[in-house]
Design a protein around this ligand. Structure first.
Ligand code: PGA
Length: 255
């Protein structure tokens, strides 16, 4: 069955400044062609340094540009941080928050991630909220307990009336930490259960445009089965987004 998917390329810090520009410019026509299939949305998330330039490169196209993080604060003495307001001024429409790598490297907790979420909604940017359990919690069958903790505050704010403009999507990316960059991937049954759980968890918030994404070792070898998972609206892709031919297969292979 053909479905509309969103494909979010998370380039992380895999490419240097020049390599990011070179990927965007050398494959410009190919990216455009890929995005012309109206069923698919493509979002490229380069490093902060290139967000403005790559946004400019794809200015008149259907390719969207996202950021890999943002500050939980509006403005002030926050050396090294980038505000949601500045991303908005650049025309950025998506931003990843709560990635397991930023949770770990910057000691981010769910409270801080919720503040980032609020900043993004304030500045008309669709958040991509990453959640996921580590290997130990997976083995101890604690996944939904962890996901519940990670989503609790955000859902509470939405239930209490935090407004998301109707044109924004609230993207929840389930990324089991043990699957990121490892080549390991959960089974179909496991993913069916997780996405059914996420759907149930959010379905009462009918006025919110939730999208459910999977991330963690997405590639051309597993995309066919992943596209069949119920309730799944898209993918967050790290390594598999660095090589255009591989990314193209991920986007184009049918379920
Ligand atoms: P991966 O990364 O596709 O390289 O596993 C996904 C992510 O961390 O978003």
């Amino acid at each position: 069955m053909k479905k509309n998917f969103i494909f979010i390329a998370n380039w992380k810090m895999y490419l240097n400044f020049n390599q990011e520009i070179s990927l965007a410019t050398s494959k410009y026509d190919n990216f455009i062609k890929l995005s012309q299939n109206i069923d698919n949305k493509i979002v490229l998330c380069p490093s902060f340094l290139n967000v403005a330039t790559i946004k400019q490169i794809f200015k008149t196209t259907k390719i969207e540009i996202g950021a890999q993080n943002c500050s939980s604060h509006h403005k002030g003495s926050f050396t090294g941080q980038i505000s949601a307001e500045s991303l908005n001024l650049l025309g950025i429409k998506y931003c990843i928050i709560g990635h397991s790598e930023t949770r770990k490297n910057f000691n981010e907790d769910n409270k801080e991630i919720t503040q980032k979420f609020i900043q993004l909604l304030d500045y008309d940017i669709s958040p991509i909220i990453c959640i996921g359990e580590n290997e130990q919690d997976y083995e101890n069958k604690k996944t939904t307990i962890i996901l519940e903790e990670q989503l609790e505050e955000i859902i509470m704010h939405l239930k209490n009336g935090l407004k998301a403009a109707p044109y924004l999507s609230i993207n929840i990316a389930y990324e089991p930490i043990w699957a990121i960059g490892t080549g390991k991937i959960p089974t179909t049954d496991y993913l069916e259960n997780i996405f059914a759980w996420l759907y149930e968890k959010t379905k009462k918030l009918q006025n919110i445009n939730f999208k459910f994404l999977y991330g963690g070792s997405v590639g051309s070898k597993n995309i066919t089965f992943l596209k069949k998972i119920n309730h799944l609206d898209g993918f967050l892709i790290g390594v598999g987004s660095l090589d255009f031919q591989e990314f193209k297969k991920i986007v184009e292979l049918e379920s």
